[in-house]
Design a protein around this ligand. Sequence first.
Ligand SMILES: [Zn+2]
Ligand SMILES: [Zn+2]
Length: 346
Amino acid sequence: MKKAMAAYLLKKKRFVIDEFEIPDCKDDEVLIRIRAIGVCGSDAHYFLDGRIGDQIVPEKFIIGHEASGEVVATGKNVKSVKEGDRVVIEPGISCGKCEFCITGRPNLCPYVRFLGTPPVLGAFRQYIVVPEKNVVKLPDTLSFAEGTLAEPLAIALYGIRLANFLTGDSIAILGAGPIGLSVLFCCKTGGARQIFVTEIINHRAEMAKKLGADEVYFADRQDIVKTINEKTSHRGVDIAFECAGQQETITQMLDIAAIGGKAVIFGIPAEDQIYFDPHLVRRKQLPILSVRRSAFTTEMALDLMCKGTIKFSSIITHRFPLERIQDALEIVSTRSEGVIKAIIEP
Ligand SMILES: [Zn+2]
Ligand SMILES: [Zn+2]
């Protein structure tokens, strides 16, 4: 059996590069030589804490789920891709049989096996086997690195569509990390009338401007609720997107959403409880929407990257070989060195 290299997280804060046996693919599976993997905020959580909630990293585990690569072998039932095809991987392997899967909501499947989430081994390695239904062809004009951005972009698109975003809506994005910037890219491309972004980190704020935000405010230096309300003639925004996972940004989201508007939470709070003013929500009749990963938006995300006039891939600020995954995770988890999106090229 042939061997290849993988990066193993040893519970937390330390990686080792080690060999693993390249598995054969079963009839409905595809073997992929991974060419690029994005480092996600959730990877940084696993790296720092060794867990996200009750999902605990075992002794020696492979994280990572934003991957692209080329098909090197296919099982005998596979029809949609062939050897040599460039693909991106959809990391959620849903059961295909439950109520949620058969009603077109595989992202809600309670039996989903999500790459890089314990106990399912992830993508920080050279080869991976996934079901055929989890690969999407990568357009010729996009690089493998750009392909990794399909995953966060697909989540942003899914959430925006869940909120029924309409051309002409005014929006606010609280937090300009990779998800906030993905929301920005999609709403800008989709014709938002006015886009407000709030951040506390300089280089992220700059990137938000570069990607077309109309106004970017520093939440630690000004009263952003007051400012956005003034800028919208005290109406507020049609949709407020929370992309930071903080109590403060969730409160702000509800304060700046217009009466009859919408509030969307993408952020993942570290706390187990978050508070909000029920009377404010009631008077505004605000739906508060949660976004659970994505469904059927990966191809859309790839097409938007191909056709968009804005170059979304400028959010990729750092690239590392697999051997330097330790450096990559340290930079991402401390948000240092001007990092927005780091990718690993194994
Ligand atoms: Zn991710
Ligand atoms: Zn299912």
